[in-house]
Design a protein around this ligand. Sequence first.
Ligand SMILES: [Fe+2]
Length: 233
Amino acid sequence: MNGLLQFAREDRGFPPSLFPDYRATVARSPREALVHMPQTLTEVTGPGPVWDKLMGPAIHDLTTQHKGAPLGQRIIVFGRVLDENARPVPNTIVEVWQANAAGRYIHRKDDWDAPIDPNFTGAGHVISDAEGNYRFISIRPGAYPWGNHKNAWRPAHIHFSLLGPAFATRLVTQMYFPDDPLIDIDPIANAVPLPYRDRMVSQLDMATTTPNWALAYRFDIVLRGKNQTPFEE
Ligand SMILES: [Fe+2]
């Protein structure tokens, strides 16, 4: 039972499984009481130290994966992975994926009328260092329409997946930008109530912003505790 209580999502500002304004949750949220599934050895221990090999070399610069530079505003996205006592969490695989500057993903299901950028794939991964730091170079993604309701547009966002030593430690969230008025009217962002929602909003960081090169946004990710970053299911 303790295990179930530990994962009472709504109590910690996590988005609920059912949030009717976010239409897809109506069909996919559970109708029956949840059944506790104990984790087995595979989820708790695998795949462990072979992650590095499975993931391939780190990709921290999403702007140099192709012949030319992608269109859009270059940004540095960085931060620390932290535990409930603000201690750094090293060796966490931090993956990101995002739309291009026009708001288009390279995905067969993304067919809205915005251009694909041949110089931008929009996915990368790194491993947090001994101080829990991670850092990406990318371009600022554009907003995109998503058909949830009339005139629905997602605020600019970067998807994050964090993976510790085992499958059971995967956490997924989204990072937003601090100057985006779409956040307040976005059902996905609003599935997370304030003040927890603000933990998914990055901060402009002028100390890391590089003159004549790139704006920097800090996004610290807290894995547990009262300051925990809200995570998706
Ligand atoms: Fe997205």
